[in-house]
Write a protein that binds this ligand. Structure first.
Ligand SMILES: NC(=O)c1ccc[n+]([C@@H]2O[C@H](COP(=O)([O-])OP(=O)(O)OC[C@H]3O[C@@H](n4cnc5c(N)ncnc54)[C@H](OP(=O)(O)O)[C@@H]3O)[C@@H](O)[C@H]2O)c1
Length: 323
């Protein structure tokens, strides 16, 4: 790629900082502008991450002709509005997960991107993790035999968070399922596709968000046991087990830097370090798609994002999650 892809960031909170530090590691990317509802936050972010300029409104960012792609890093309940506003100005968009609060919002965003011929991708960074890509390849090639069982979890302790924290607030799209449950669901969807049947149960915290959700995904000849929770720490390992071999993705599996293949009791581990925190992988994918004039990624398409949201909705319906 001989031309740099020029990035803007809308919403300058915790994840935006991590993303921007990784963006600065990618030679083909340039952070040209950042925008926050708070101009002081925008000014200090610009300085910290060497952006060329900053704005106190997202609109000014979307009006900036040099910005080719906007990374949307605000709260879940604002994704749709911000994404639609960026697309209306012809910008390519990478939006934090979950792309929308529900499948209806996601359908609207996809329609807008298609109508405007704008690139759109959910920032499901684990899809671009090299170890997870290898797990998908090995599974598709049949190296595990037939996959019969997946175990995947994502949990951490966050019960001490303020009730207004985005994780605890139903209105901000809070709860364990929305925040981290999408990762175990993503892994089983990636490997086994859409299940025939889902069972799920949740525990709820004082603000009404789900704080633990356990799921069983039933396939014709396989099962997946999935868990997310903000009630406990855990090693956050994942396993994909077949009739001939198994894969272990060591914790935290969703941003792992290694993969272990176990066959006949013999384990072989391959180290696959990622550059920076790991957001560089999705940044490279977006850069390449834009350079090639694509309006979606073939690795994580908008149909994939929609199907993931439909699975999340099904779990919500079964386990009584309200948002
Ligand atoms: N991929 C990952 O690894 C990962 C990890 C964590 C989070 N996420 C996702 O990233 C997104 C942001 O999470 P975060 O932890 O970065 O959130 P955050 O730091 O709490 O907030 C991010 C931004 O959202 C806006 N915002 C916050 N509170 C607001 C409020 N009450 N009203 C209006 N706007 C508000 C602010 O934008 P302004 O700067 O414009 O004011 C803030 O900078 C979420 O969608 C989350 O799911 C992804």
């Amino acid at each position: 790629m001989n031309k740099k892809i020029k990035w803007g960031i809308a919403g300058l909170g915790n994840i935006a900082k991590k993303f921007a530090s990784d963006l600065n590691l990618v030679a083909e990317a340039q952070l040209v502008a950042v925008a926050s509802s708070d101009i002081h936050r925008a000014e200090s972010f610009k300085k910290d991450f060497n952006a060329d300029r900053c704005y106190g409104s997202y609109k000014d960012l979307f009006d900036d002709p040099e910005v080719m792609v906007v990374y949307v890093a605000g709260l879940n309940n604002h994704h749709k509005t911000v994404v639609l506003a960026a697309i209306a100005k012809g910008k390519a968009v990478l939006c934090e997960k979950p792309l929308g609060l529900n499948s209806g919002e996601i359908k609207q965003m996809i329609a807008a991107a298609n109508n405007n011929q704008c690139f759109l991708m959910e920032a499901l960074w684990s899809r671009f993790n090299p170890a997870i890509q290898k797990a998908k390849k090995w599974s598709d090639e049949g190296r595990l035999g037939a996959v019969r069982f997946i175990y995947s979890e994502f949990s951490f302790y966050k019960m001490d968070a303020d009730p207004s924290h985005r994780l605890m607030d139903l209105n901000k799209g809070g709860g364990a399922l929305y925040d981290i449950g999408i990762y175990p669901i993503f892994l089983t969807y990636l490997i086994l596709g859409i299940p025939e049947k889902i069972s799920a149960q949740s525990q709820f915290g004082p603000t009404g968000v789900d704080v633990q959700t356990s799921m069983i995904f039933q396939y014709e000849n396989a099962q997946a046991i999935l868990y997310c929770g903000i009630t406990n720490n855990s090693d956050n390992e994942a396993k994909i087990c077949g009739t001939e071999a198994e894969i272990v993705l060591p914790g935290r599996w969703h941003d792992t830097e290694a993969i272990t293949l176990i066959r006949n009791g013999e384990a072989t581990t391959t180290e696959l370090p990622t550059l920076g925190i790991g957001y560089t992988n999705e940044i490279n994918e977006v850069n390449q798609c834009i350079a090639q004039g694509k309006i979606e990624s073939s690795l994580w398409s908008n149909q994939n994002a929609l199907e993931l949201a439909l699975l999340v909705e099904k779990v919500q319906e079964i386990s009584g999650i309200k948002n």
